[in-house]
Design a protein around this ligand. Structure first.
Ligand SMILES: Cc1ncc(COP(=O)(O)O)c(C=O)c1O
Length: 427
């Protein structure tokens, strides 16, 4: 199989940026069909938190496949229940009940649907509005693409990404805020309050949705205390708080879920990516209270609770807890970020992140902060030539994204950072 086959037989929508065909992977390493080896510092969009082909996860999948592959949620099945129980154990706050989906997009759809039901049926509101933030990414379906901020995904789609009642507010992207961090923090929070109280009316707002660390937008970490304040505003106005943990969950940030960093209590949490430990699995968790809004049959998809995906997910969580991978994420992530910051290169505008969810914003110079998109492209190409897969992104396409499996060693992280700095130094 070749890149030409890909061009001939796969639709052009895919964002193929690496001209290779992959064949196998193990731990941090992936090989293409020509036998070239790469170190994976992107984890397939932040999915492979537990390392490629971890034997425990592979075995769980094989064993479950031999028992039962698919049933559908007209009955319960063992792995779906086991995983749901495990999730209830590890989830923060009062999050206890799980609904399974196949993708992050579906999980977010389910979260909004539940929030709307709760707000109309239980709270007696209109449920008309959902608030999201600039630079957010919540998926590419009709509703989720409306929640997603980036315009480039919405071109030539007519009203496809024009779901009614979605309101975007300024996000705490304080690096690009015209003022200091404190002003950025208070301004963005005041806007949330102002919109709920004066523009929309608390009786009309079903929910506010936020990524605790904004991934696709450029690994934007809200300032300390921001998420907790957001929770407070939501609570005071009886607005549900949805934490979108699709990319930030399962140890990536050094905590099992990123909103634990601020001890936030969410009403609904979305999950995806690492949840299935390499198999397509996503979902939402909610509290007993919010779950009251559902009635049997209100929501489902054919593959919901798929036993094989749930078995993989359960094995993955066990691997994370046994191997303390979230702790490694914290340690190794801080090492990478410190080394990058200490280099004090004029083209590095900001190094930010939590754990192994790292963004390096590249600029022409630190004064103008002009996005350095050309350099970002060169970095990606240069790193690829040196055998690394990394991500890029951010609103202006000038953020290098480092999201390796949480199994990465300090030595691998050190070598990758040296190579990255080397390329950045030569411009
Ligand atoms: C925070 C967040 N939410 C939702 C999604 C959509 O997930 P999926 O691509 O699995 O549909 C993503 C994907 O990157 C994401 O990062």
């Amino acid at each position: 199989m070749s890149v030409e086959d890909g061009r001939a037989y796969l639709q052009s929508a895919y964002p193929i940026i690496y001209p290779i065909v992959l064949e196998r992977a193990k731990g941090m390493e992936i090989w293409d069909v020509d036998g070239n080896k790469y170190l994976d510092f992107f984890s397939g969009f932040g999915v492979i938190n537990y390392g490629h082909s971890h034997p425990k996860i592979v075995n769980a999948v094989k064993e479950q496949m031999e028992k039962i592959a698919h049933v559908g949620m007209i009955y319960y099945n063992v792995p779906a229940l086991q995983l749901a129980k495990k999730l209830a154990e590890i989830a923060p706050g009062d999050l206890k009940k799980t609904y399974y989906a196949n993708s992050g997009t579906e999980a977010v759809e389910g979260a909004i649907k539940l929030a709307k039901k709760y707000s109309t049926k239980i709270q007696g509101k209109t449920g008309a509005y959902v608030m999201a933030f600039d630079f957010a990414f919540h998926g590419r379906g009709a509703l989720t693409l409306t929640l997603t901020h980036e315009r480039k995904y919405k071109r030539h789609l007519g009203h496809f990404a024009n779901y009614p009642g979605i309101v975007h507010l300024p996000s705490p992207y304080c690096y690009r805020f015209p003022g200091d961090v404190e002003t950025c923090k208070s301004y963005t929070l005041e806007k949330v309050d102002e919109y709920i109280s004066h523009h929309l009316g608390p009786e009309n707002v079903a929910a506010v949705i936020m990524e605790p660390v904004m991934g696709e937008g450029g690994i934007i970490v809200p300032p300390d205390g921001w998420l907790k304040e957001l929770e407070k505003i939501a609570r005071e106005n009886d607005v549900l708080l949805i934490m979108d943990e699709v990319q930030s969950g399962f140890g990536r940030t050094g905590k099992i879920f990123a909103h634990e960093w601020e001890d936030v209590r969410a009403d609904i949490m979305t999950m995806g990516k690492a949840l299935g430990a390499g198999l397509p699995l996503a979902g939402t968790m909610t509290t007993d209270e919010v779950d009251r809004a559902w009635e049997p049959g209100d929501h489902n998809v054919t593959f919901s609770g798929n036993p094989v995906a749930c078995a993989a997910g359960l094995a993955g969580i066990e691997v994370m807890l046994e191997e303390r991978l979230h702790e490694n994420a914290l340690r190794t992530g801080e090492f990478i970020m410190k080394k990058l910051r200490d280099a004090s290169l004029p083209v590095i505008g900001e190094v930010r992140g939590r754990g192994l969810f790292i963004g390096v914003e590249l600029v022409k110079d630190r004064e103008s902060k002009k996005p350095n998109v050309e350099l970002t492209k060169r970095v990606k190409e240069g790193m690829f030539k040196r055998g690394y897969i990394i991500g890029t992104g951010g609103m202006f396409g000038n953020v290098v994204r480092i999201e390796p499996p949480l199994t990465v060693t300090l030595e691998q992280a050190d070598r990758m950072t040296d190579d990255l700095l080397d390329i950045l130094k030569s411009g």
